[in-house]
Ligand binder design. Structure first.
Ligand SMILES: [Zn+2]
Length: 192
């Protein structure tokens, strides 16, 4: 480095130090507080082809919206592309593993075979939506776990995620991490 360059660099550095010192002695700058409302990720769901499951979908969606705050599920307006496509099938329930991001798409299949076997429709729906939000299965597991699915037995009607499940979804949709967590994309079939 020539002397001239060194002097210029030194001068610039000194100016920066001076500016910083001036700023430090001035009134504190307002701290940027993240707007909690603006940080919520909104995902649209389309249940127009989930005939017979409307009440279960409404209850399953309500369960998630009540228990997590970083992501919100809203019904897609007719003709609007949804992130979560929910359809009724004659097979076993299954879903793509998320966490799905705005603009991407996952599929939930609400299978009648599980209902025939005696499983609760709202628990099934909340469980499959859990997959959309990035939760894998935790089978076998107790009824208190939503993601224990069919392993909790047909008497289990719990459709509420437990603290661990809520925390995992909250993390998956936390603002700073939202862009870095990839969607898994695996298809999880919920046959017992
Ligand atoms: Zn599952």
């Amino acid at each position: 480095m020539s002397l001239g360059t060194w002097l210029k660099t030194g001068t610039a550095a000194a100016a920066l130090v001076l500016a910083a010192a001036t700023a430090a002695t001035a009134a504190p700058a307002p701290v940027a507080v993240p707007d909690a409302a603006a940080a919520v990720v909104t995902l649209r769901y389309d249940d127009s082809r989930a005939v017979g499951w409307e009440a279960a979908v409404a209850a399953g969606v309500a369960s998630w919206n009540t228990n997590v705050s970083n992501v919100r599920l809203v019904k897609a307006a007719p003709g609007v592309r949804a992130e979560i496509v929910i359809v009724a099938t004659t097979g076993w329930p299954q879903a793509t593993l998320g966490p799905v991001r705005p603009g991407r798409q996952v599929r939930v299949e609400l299978g009648a075979q599980a209902v025939t076997q005696g499983y609760d429709k709202t628990r099934i729906t909340a469980h499959e939506l859990g997959h959309s939000l990035g939760l894998p299965d935790t089978k076998p597991g107790p009824c208190s776990q939503l993601m224990s699915g069919s392993s909790a037995g047909t008497a289990c009607t719990n459709a509420v995620p437990n603290a661990t499940e809520r925390s995992r979804v909250q993390s998956a949709y936390a603002t700073a991490l939202a862009a870095t967590v990839p969607t898994d994309g695996r298809l999880l079939v919920d046959a017992p």
